[in-house]
Design a binder for this molecule. Sequence first.
Ligand SMILES: Nc1ncnc2c1ncn2[C@@H]1O[C@H](COP(=O)(O)OP(=O)(O)O)[C@@H](O)[C@H]1O
Ligand SMILES: [Mg+2]
Length: 326
Amino acid sequence: MVNDNTRNTENEENDMTDRTQTEPLDDAAGNGMLLELDHVSKIYGDLHAVDDLSLTVPRGQWLAIVGSSGSGKTTLMNIIGCMDTPTRGTVSIDGRRLANLGESQMADVRKNVIGLVFQKFYLVPYLTAVENVMVAQYYHSVVDEAEAMEALRKVGLGERAHHLPSQLSGGEQQRVCIARALINCPEIILADEPTGNLDEANEKIVLGLLRDLHEQGTTIIVVTHDALVASCAQREIMLNHGVLAGEKWNDDEARRRYEEMGGRPAFSGAHAPETAVGFDDPTKAAKTGGEAVDGAGVSAVGGAAVSAAADLRDEMETVKERRNHG
Ligand SMILES: Nc1ncnc2c1ncn2[C@@H]1O[C@H](COP(=O)(O)OP(=O)(O)O)[C@@H](O)[C@H]1O
Ligand SMILES: [Mg+2]
């Protein structure tokens, strides 16, 4: 297990070999990773909700985190979103190690760097759409109704600004949440099952909004168990019992850029693999060692990963068929 004092020399090397001449969007800053998780675990008693996970995400990447219910997706999201802290390991955003930040710096990251979108919308029921968007702004600085209105217009809800949440459809409520997440122009949008409560038409609208944000350079991390939603991302990682069970790229160009800047596959356990473990080969996805899991544990985790990946593959097939015939 890597302790908190271990220096991340790899990242520092990446900073030295900065490639600033590359494409404008995906690594606009050109100076390494926006998000770095280094051997992160969240442990409840003997349950490892997230288990020794290492992951880097460059600025501008669209990443999907997939996995069946209980696989640790929300726990991971809460850790990345500064709503929870890991039991072990370190998280850095924009080169700042979260554990080293004071309360006010942490609050600054929450307000200005991260925008959150949830499956349950968490709108204040007695405030109108525009007021709900202004609530997010209020934490930040001055309540500016014009800006809140502009954010609502961006998500196509200019006409609904003065409706209460109860007067809005699920899809419209989710768009209010996205407007609320956008108000402080966050670098990262974290969305936990953003389409989980939506019908197909609204799912499309929300995915379209995420696509627009991505095109504008926002880093997007979407948790989903919907293979179709996941397939919109450039890169997918699959969790199973908190362990990385596979990684898959949907965008070869994004992969090339990531690898060129020194980006490595995500992994669980002590050692980074040479190449990513695909979704199709989950038997290789067990932890790569380390003190937390003994031999029996590894095979148990591997077995669970096999069945989860098989489920997901089936789901993918269904999605492909749906697409081909629809
Ligand atoms: N506060 C908590 N206390 C104890 N166990 C928890 C807590 N939060 C999550 N867990 C457990 O951690 C595992 C992962 O949960 P979660 O991250 O919500 O999974 P997912 O979002 O993939 O469905 C589950 O077994 C869940 O019961
Ligand atoms: Mg969840």
